[in-house]
Write a protein that binds this ligand. Structure first.
Ligand code: MN
Length: 424
């Protein structure tokens, strides 16, 4: 089925500013609360939030086989479960309704009032009920940097790293939507030159610049999928800040991996940008040497050129951009991650989320965490207000942005923001 929603020449009758992340070619999916306290599934064009529940109820999707309440829900899980054909039909139809040549809704004042809101008048909620969350460690630069810092520069990558996408099972309950305040976590840490741990607020609070993908129902327990079909199961992506307490992490992580140093919170951007919308931004991923085992081999373009940015904004001050990275640097692709995840027969379900792992580029200004940017605190990062940061302070806000751009269009993710408050 053709993705007519991606037509780069299409214009909308809704006003969209030139540098918007959300032109009519994007059509992401999210969940929001209206002024009337109604929770609904919606999309966004420019700075307008569009109520898909109301649009469906008023008959605008009558040609598409959808259950009556598919959009009148507090999560996208059921819609995502309907599969790629439905996602495409719905995006194509939304594009047609808001096309500047189409007057059916544009000229219907009564319907318009029920369907289209100013973005400022709605409150964004978590878009999916995340059943399970897995985080990978898939940027070679990030793995090399951390391996160099904590182990051995000569053998920065552990022997398994080039053969499989390393990951761990994270905590889904503490994934929050952008603009949710984060309390500085407390826990056990080990003071330098001591064998006895102490308990208190983390002193090394960090962000991790990541993207995450959201799946539909992938496999039944005991089954696995092949690399050729992996793409069919990926619905879309969000920005992902995998907050990390480095001192807690360092003391607890051997031998079973990350635990409380990670599980206190992760922040996602509210709009899920579909893989269909990202189609024009496919690119080649880094060459894999040695060649991975056959079940992980793929040819063609399976990376995406998504520009990434992280900024720190101290309270009442302007922000400072501290990192410019790109999703295309990922060594392991999302397809490889998903295939590897199912090889043992573990079932992946609609609404599951997989984090890419910190996305660091090849140069120091493209590192995706303060751990790397300040090189473990040895090179403080200068902010525009004259202050310095090794890690994140109380009342600092971390702002992440992501967008794709070519000569015709810009498709973006908006922002993923979180402000650190003192320990509760
Ligand atoms: Mn992470």
């Amino acid at each position: 089925m053709k993705i007519t929603a991606n037509n780069p020449t299409r214009k909308s009758w809704l006003k969209v500013s030139k540098n918007s992340d959300f032109p009519i070619q994007n059509i992401p999916f999210g969940v929001f609360l209206t002024k009337e306290n109604i929770t609904t599934i919606g999309t966004r064009i420019g700075n307008y939030a569009i109520d898909l529940g109301a649009l469906h109820q008023l008959g605008y999707f009558s040609e598409i086989p959808l259950t009556d309440d598919i959009f009148m829900q507090d999560s996208l899980n059921d819609f995502i479960s309907d599969g790629r054909k439905t996602w495409r039909l719905v995006r194509n139809r939304i594009a047609a309704i808001f096309d500047s040549n189409n007057t059916e809704l544009q000229s219907n004042k009564k319907d318009l009032k029920i369907i289209v809101f100013n973005l400022d008048d709605v409150e964004m909620l978590l878009p999916v009920n995340i059943g399970d969350y897995t985080d990978f460690f898939a940027s070679k630069e990030h793995a090399t940097n951390t391996g160099t810092m904590f182990r051995d520069p000569e053998n920065a990558l552990l022997p398994n790293w080039l053969h499989l996408p390393v990951g761990y099972h994270g905590r889904a309950s503490s994934i929050v939507v952008s603009e949710t305040a984060i309390y500085r976590p407390k826990g056990q840490t080990i003071p330098k030159d001591s064998k006895i741990p102490v308990f208190g607020p983390t002193r090394l609070l960090d962000f991790e610049l990541e993207m995450a993908f959201i799946t539909t129902d992938v496999n039944h327990l005991g089954e696995s999928i092949s690399i050729d079909e992996a793409e069919d199961y990926i619905f879309g992506m969000v920005l992902f800040n995998d907050w990390s307490a480095r001192d807690i992490q360092k003391w607890e992580y051997v031998p079973l991996g990350p635990f409380l140093g990670k599980s206190f919170a992760s922040t996602i951007s509210p709009w899920i940008v579909t893989m269909d919308a990202l189609e024009p931004f496919r690119t080649k991923s880094p060459r894999q040497e040695p060649n991975p085992l056959p079940y992980l081999q793929q040819s063609g373009k399976h990376a995406f050129d998504i520009k990434l940015q992280a900024a720190i904004k101290p309270e009442g001050e302007e922000e400072t951009i501290v990192s410019n990275s790109n999703f295309k640097y990922m060594y392991w692709t999302m397809n490889q991650q998903l295939v590897h995840h199912t090889t043992n027969g573990c079932n992946v379900r609609s609404g599951d989320m997989m984090g890419s792992g910190t996305i660091s580029g090849p140069t120091p200004d493209s590192y995706g965490s303060m751990l790397e940017l300040s090189w473990r605190g040895t090179k403080p990062v200068k902010l525009n207000n004259g202050s310095e940061r090794k890690f994140i302070n109380d009342f600092d806000e971390v702002i992440m942005r992501a967008y794709c751009e070519n000569d015709n269009i810009r498709i973006g993710f908006g922002t993923c923001k979180g402000k650190i408050l003192p320990t509760k």
